[in-house]
Design a protein around this ligand. Structure first.
Ligand code: PMP
Length: 401
């Protein structure tokens, strides 16, 4: 690739590809969004990086206030880091330390879901649930109670809630926190569940004093139709992890939001403080990019446009559902998935054949096993989305036929 703009990648040989998967799902606003570029250019001339320790700076402080104002009510505190995995590491360590400092020293177990993906650092892998990626590192991981994932249909949702309820009843006083990808388990193969499930998980956590960590690294920033997925459930998690779309997809940057109650648990004495930091925590360029992205969300009606595209995606998926080899389709917000075969097996190659065929026709549609999915920029023009869906149709016909 030599350049990228909007939903389009340009290759060295001059060809272009529609970025159907938003470059690892980060490109919420399309590549090089003018508001993000402008904010970055201005910040770069002023201050590229400083330690966020003891001193603070305007982009970081103002961004924290903006995020707190936009987040589900009660998430008032912001901890910056630099990617999705670290946003989750921060949440895990904060939850653990918070419970310990309350005197709940037995609360050291995290509940994770089968199919979960929270990043590639060891803590994030510990709460992961995709064996292809995670099983090899078993001896290095901390203990979790892994429960059945919410999967993709009503039966799975109920079974998952029953499994969670069972673990919480048996081991409630050992549980530090439950970690969930609200509404969509991305890496599991875009498996979707209704807001009601998130609401019930919140209730179950409350019933035993476990914290709820919502990993909105993928689903945050408009991807599911609302700015944050938890909004649809009317749920405020205790900790919420943001990255990817936070900068519109321009820079590695992350924020972990916390409630006042969580924050308070770290006050009062020096040895209660949260010893966690990366060199680039609170990086001013990341903050500036996030300001540019939030300006776009606030001033350009990005969510309204995404809603219109979501309806078009729904119609496109209905066509794809009729193709040979397609077992089902599903959609939440501007995430669409086409199931070829029955599970998202990473080893299977039908998804890769679709990928290759789509590349030849001008689209980047990197699959998750045998799930071909669409996570385009929320700002993708209607015509480009139409072309993407046509290319996908041709590629599926070619790969399956
Ligand atoms: N959480 C979720 C839900 C994700 O989808 C991802 C990345 N795909 C991560 C965490 C990790 O983010 P990063 O790759 O930026 O570390």
């Amino acid at each position: 690739m030599t350049s990228a703009a909007g939903a389009t990648l340009t290759l060295a040989d001059g060809r272009t590809l529609i970025d159907g998967v938003g470059s690892w799902w980060v490109s919420a606003l399309g590549h090089n969004h003018p508001r993000v570029v402008e904010a970055l250019e201005a910040q770069l001339r002023t201050m590229a990086h400083v330690a966020l320790a003891g001193l603070t700076h305007e982009p970081a402080a103002r961004l924290a206030a903006r995020l707190a104002a936009l987040a589900p009510p009660g998430l008032t505190r912001v901890f910056y880091s630099d990617n999705g995995s670290t946003a989750v590491e921060v949440a895990i360590r904060a939850a653990f330390q918070w419970q310990q400092q309350r005197g709940d020293v037995r609360r050291r177990v995290f509940v994770s879901f089968e199919g979960a993906y929270h990043g590639d650092t060891i803590g994030a892998v510990s709460v992961g649930g995709i064996d292809e990626f995670h099983a090899r590192f078993g001896p290095l991981l901390f203990e979790t109670a892994r429960v059945r994932g919410p999967g993709g249909n009503a039966q799975h949702w109920e079974a998952s809630l029953a499994a969670l309820s069972d673990v919480l009843q048996r081991r409630g006083d050992e549980i530090a926190a439950v970690v969930i990808e609200p509404l969509v388990q991305g890496a599991a193969g875009m498996l979707m569940h209704p807001p009601e499930l998130v609401r019930r998980v919140r209730e179950l956590c409350d019933s035993v004093g476990a914290l709820l960590i919502a990993d909105e690294v993928f689903v945050g920033f408009g991807r599911t139709g609302t700015l944050f997925a938890c909004e649809q459930a009317g749920v405020t998690p205790d900790l919420m992890c943001l990255s990817k779309g936070l900068t519109g997809g321009a820079l590695p940057f992350a924020a972990t939001l916390a409630t006042e109650a969580v924050y308070d648990g770290f006050r009062g004495a020096r040895d209660r403080m949260f010893y966690y930091g990366h060199s680039y925590c609170g990086n001013p360029l990341g903050c500036a990019a996030a300001h540019g992205a939030l300006d776009a969300f606030e001033q350009d009606d990005v969510l309204g446009a995404a809603q219109a595209r979501a309806a078009e995606l729904e119609s496109g998926l209905a066509v794809l559902a009729t193709l040979p080899g397609v077992s089902s389709v599903r959609r939440t917000g501007l995430i669409g998935a086409v199931q070829l075969g029955h599970e998202s097996r990473y080893g299977d190659d039908v998804g890769w054949r679709v990928y290759q065929a789509a590349l030849r026709s001008g689209a980047y549609l990197r699959p998750l096993g045998n799930v071909v999915y669409f996570v385009p920029a929320l700002t993708i023009p209607a015509a480009t989305l139409g072309t993407l869906l046509e290319i996908a149709e041709g590629a599926i016909r070619e790969a399956v036929g």
